[in-house]
Design a protein around this ligand. Structure first.
Ligand SMILES: NC(=O)C1=CN([C@@H]2O[C@H](COP(=O)(O)OP(=O)(O)OC[C@H]3O[C@@H](n4cnc5c(N)ncnc54)[C@H](O)[C@@H]3O)[C@@H](O)[C@H]2O)C=CC1
Ligand SMILES: Nc1nc(=O)c2c([nH]1)NC[C@@H]1CN(c3ccc(C(=O)N[C@@H](CCC(=O)O)C(=O)O)cc3)CN21
Length: 291
């Protein structure tokens, strides 16, 4: 089923993101995580797409397996960097054949090792071109999601231009959006105001990253251009040598963040699970009375 149609029926949607596991053991562990998260009855789950090429087939295999072995609605991430239009069309055709109706259309991260010669001449340079390609070739078959950036994408020259590019994706046919992680809700509320002013009115679901390993998340957040406020850094640094305590305050922090978002009327929460269930389940149990 198309996610955008499910969103219309839900008061608050809950969704989970996974990445393609690298080994058979990690794959078994992911499917155990999925079993543990199933009772929450998520509106959808999504599977990321490796930018370097290595996990690209993996995304398709995991998406197919979730679709065939569970009753979950699954969305495949698809990045266009490094693909020709012909390759993209083949990937989409394959998703259509296996019954996948939801695609997160991304440009993708440009790997550091990327050489200009790896960029196909007839590829899509920006995500809005991928959205157009999907619409031009598949009409309304796919429900299309796109990424958005409460603090702006790191490569955007300024926030005005960032909203302009986001609007371009919406005008090309995006049905809804999931945001980059953020650790201060005021960025998200300001972003929603700017979207309203720009006339963007598709559903925007905040992406929530529970901090369970501070150094890992700090590194990733910095790459994404997501600010971790100084007082939050201090709090986690205090427990740098204590993984149990870090996890506990990470769950508390994400719980407070979600509570505030729900009080302010968000219609969905998308959790970056990193293929683990325990932090997400604890946060969900803490907030479920508000859903
Ligand atoms: N691999 C995955 O599963 C996921 C990847 N991402 C990340 O999303 C990010 C980029 O993807 P998108 O947001 O889809 O890309 P995008 O194409 O919307 O934007 C990427 C950058 O390109 C620039 N840009 C966009 N349209 C432009 C235009 N018409 N002219 C000139 N510049 C333009 C913007 O400044 C922006 O900074 C990456 O960092 C990606 O890895 C996010 C979620 C999941
Ligand atoms: N720029 C960007 N690229 C992405 O791929 C991406 C985003 N932003 N934002 C939303 C989600 C979040 N994603 C993430 C976030 C963190 C890790 C991460 O910390 N990975 C670990 C390995 C995880 C593990 O094996 O347990 C790492 O060290 O890179 C990965 C993907 C994927 N998505």
């Amino acid at each position: 089923m198309k996610i955008v149609d499910k969103l219309k029926k839900e008061k608050v949607s809950i969704s989970f993101e996974f990445f393609p596991p690298k080994t058979k053991e990690l794959e078994d562990s992911l499917f155990k995580t999925i079993e543990e998260l199933k009772p929450i009855n998520p509106t959808f789950v999504s599977v990321t797409y490796g930018a370097g090429g290595s996990t690209r087939e993996k995304t398709r295999d995991i998406v197919k397996k979730i679709h065939e072995e569970t009753n979950l609605t699954v969305m495949a991430h698809l990045t266009c960097v490094g693909h020709s239009k012909q390759e993209i069309k083949q990937i989409l055709e394959d998703y259509k054949n296996i019954g996948i109706e939801n695609i997160l259309a991304l440009r993708g991260d440009i790997p550091l090792s990327f050489d200009k010669k790896d960029i196909p001449l007839d590829g899509c340079k920006h995500a809005f071109e991928l959205v157009s390609l999907i619409k031009d070739n598949f009409g309304d078959y796919f429900c299309i999601a796109v990424a958005s950036y409460p603090e702006g994408h790191p490569e955007s020259p300024n926030l005005e231009r960032d909203i302009y590019y986001f609007k371009q994706k919406v005008e090309a046919g995006a049905d809804f959006s999931i945001t980059q992680m953020f650790f201060d809700n005021s960025y998200f509320y300001d972003f929603l105001d700017r979207c309203t002013k720009a006339g963007v009115n598709i559903p925007i679901i905040p992406g929530i990253m529970p901090i369970t390993n501070f150094n890992q998340i700090r590194k990733f957040a910095s790459l994404c251009g997501a600010t971790i406020p100084e007082d939050v850094v201090k709090l986690f640094e205090k427990y740098a040598d204590n993984p149990e305590e870090t996890k506990k305050i990470g769950i508390e922090f994400a719980t407070k963040q979600c509570e505030d978002l729900l009080k302010n009327g968000v219609k969905g929460l998308h959790f970056y699970t990193l293929n683990k269930s325990d932090a997400t389940i604890k946060i969900y149990n803490n907030i479920k009375a508000l859903l």
